[in-house]
Write a protein that binds this ligand. Structure first.
Ligand code: SF4
Length: 462
């Protein structure tokens, strides 16, 4: 999970990119970076840390130029290392280029092995660098042509922004796994922006024009916008963006994320009702679905768990005696509210089950009489290979346990999930509007099968 941002034709490109990254901070907290283009020169500031900590006023002032790209990172491929902080920059025979990418390339390892065998030297272990290495081998005469040529040889999920020679290039993989939206500044109509989510537009007062289409490679060169398209594939937008990743105030696929989450909660209430005194969310991930559940069921919505928003990462290894420390740092129950009550607690998903178990214990310790867990998505049974950090199949509790067994493990009185049908109805899935739901179904739009990829690799010429 990462966030990308880009802007063209604006004298405040660096400052606006910096603000855009603030709005996208929920998509990645490990590192942040901005690169601007000033003629043939690129200026870069990139570091590990949160956006607010990475950039000083002086550094932002050094980012000259009217085109900017930015990235916030949560590592999925490559390690959490300074050398992998994006945007990546490179010099090749056509000049300087910078690239930032959200998603995972499923054939990056194989392409990298082949490129290294041919003498390529990599400066990071991020899969994004494979795209730059491929571009360097391409004889197409235009930048967009070289990018499209490279993208035809990679497989997986990518929404990317690139800059070189004062141009902004953006692209989305043919399945359109990750979001990428085009907008323009209200005050300067020739200043175009792109972002992973529309919440970044709201902050800088830009208006949404449209989504970048799956498979589209768009070049913004001054006031000119030129699109080309990669070979098409069935659209498969990541349904988990709607379930959890995106901010509820964003619009994805021109749908308000908030509304879809309310519908998920309402469907969950229809499918898995239970008598209770209150509905409480696990903040922040379960808040909107819990509202939907409460409205549909008529059971009062309460804030029974309070989240500490100021906790970052902690580096203390909890000993057994304080093993709930991690969850307690973030969440604290309201005992006066919960004491003696039958509580429905709503969250977006259960991954390993360990956090849910601690939360249920916390609510019981605060005096709740019954705790019923309701999850606003189907059970997560399979890992994601398209840019989301999920554990292995064996670590996913729903892979090997039924909802009743999970309820026992997390010590809840009952546990129930939204059905696949309920989720499909909530996000209005249809023949023209298909989603990736592989982490629930195991039905991968791009198979992640190394032997298959080896066979495919032999067909890749570069
Ligand atoms: S596997 Fe799950 S998280 Fe990954 S892209 Fe598909 S729906 Fe999204």
């Amino acid at each position: 999970m990462c966030g990308v941002f880009g802007i063209a034709n604006h004298p405040e490109a660096a400052n606006l990119t910096y603000l855009g990254l603030h709005a996208l901070q929920h998509r990645g907290q490990e590192s942040a970076g901005v690169v601007t283009s000033e003629g043939g020169t690129l200026h870069a500031v990139r570091k590990m840390g949160l956006v607010a900590d990475v950039f000083s006023k002086e550094q932002l002032a050094s980012l000259r130029g009217s085109v900017g790209i930015g990235h916030v990172r949560y590592s999925t491929a490559g390690g959490s290392l300074p050398k992998n902080v994006q945007p990546l920059t490179a010099e090749y025979r056509h000049g300087a280029v910078a690239l930032a990418h959200n998603g995972n390339l499923v054939n990056a390892e194989l392409l990298r092995t082949k490129l290294e065998a041919e003498g390529a030297i990599f400066s990071s272990n991020s899969d994004t660098e494979v795209i730059l290495q491929l571009m360097a081998r391409c004889n197409e005469t235009t930048l967009a042509g070289r990018l499209a040529w490279a993208l035809e040889r990679v497989q997986g999920a990518y929404s990317l922004v690139m800059t070189s020679e004062d141009r902004l290039l953006v692209a989305r993989d043919p399945h359109g796994f990750r979001p990428l939206i085009l907008g323009r500044m209200r005050t300067s109509p020739h200043a175009y922006v792109v972002a992973s989510e529309t919440c970044a537009f709201d902050l800088i007062e830009a208006e949404r024009i449209r989504d970048i289409e799956p498979g589209e490679v768009l070049t913004i060169d001054g006031a000119q916008l030129v699109s080309q398209h990669l070979p098409p594939a069935p659209p498969r937008f990541c349904v988990f963006e709607h379930v959890y990743f995106a901010r509820p105030d964003s619009r994805l696929n021109d749908e308000g994320v908030y509304d879809l989450r309310v519908r998920m909660g309402a469907k969950l209430a229809q499918e898995s009702p239970v008598e209770a005194d209150m509905v409480i969310p696990v903040p922040d991930s379960g808040v909107v679905a819990a509202l939907g559940y409460a409205r549909e069921s008529g059971i009062p919505f309460e804030l029974g768990l309070i989240r500490n928003h100021y906790v970052g990462r902690t580096f203390i290894e909890p000993k057994d005696s304080i093993r709930n420390f991690g969850v307690k740092l973030k969440l604290n129950p309201v005992p006066g509210l919960l004491k003696g009550k039958r509580v429905i607690v709503v969250d977006d998903s259960i991954v390993r089950g360990t956090t849910s178990r601690k939360i249920v214990k916390m609510i019981r310790d605060a005096g709740a009489r019954e705790v019923h867990v309701r999850i606003s998505s189907p059970p997560v049974k399979s890992p994601c290979f398209y840019g989301i950090d999920t554990p292995t199949r064996a670590e996913l509790i729903a892979h090997s346990h039924s909802p009743a067994e999970i309820a026992r493990y997390i010590t809840a009185d009952s546990a129930a999930y939204l059905s696949s049908k309920g989720l499909a109805e909530a996000v209005r899935e249809g023949p023209e509007r298909r989603f990736c739901d592989a982490c629930f179904t195991g039905d991968y739009p791009i198979p992640f099968d190394p032997p298959t990829h080896r066979r495919q690799l032999r067909l890749v010429e570069f």
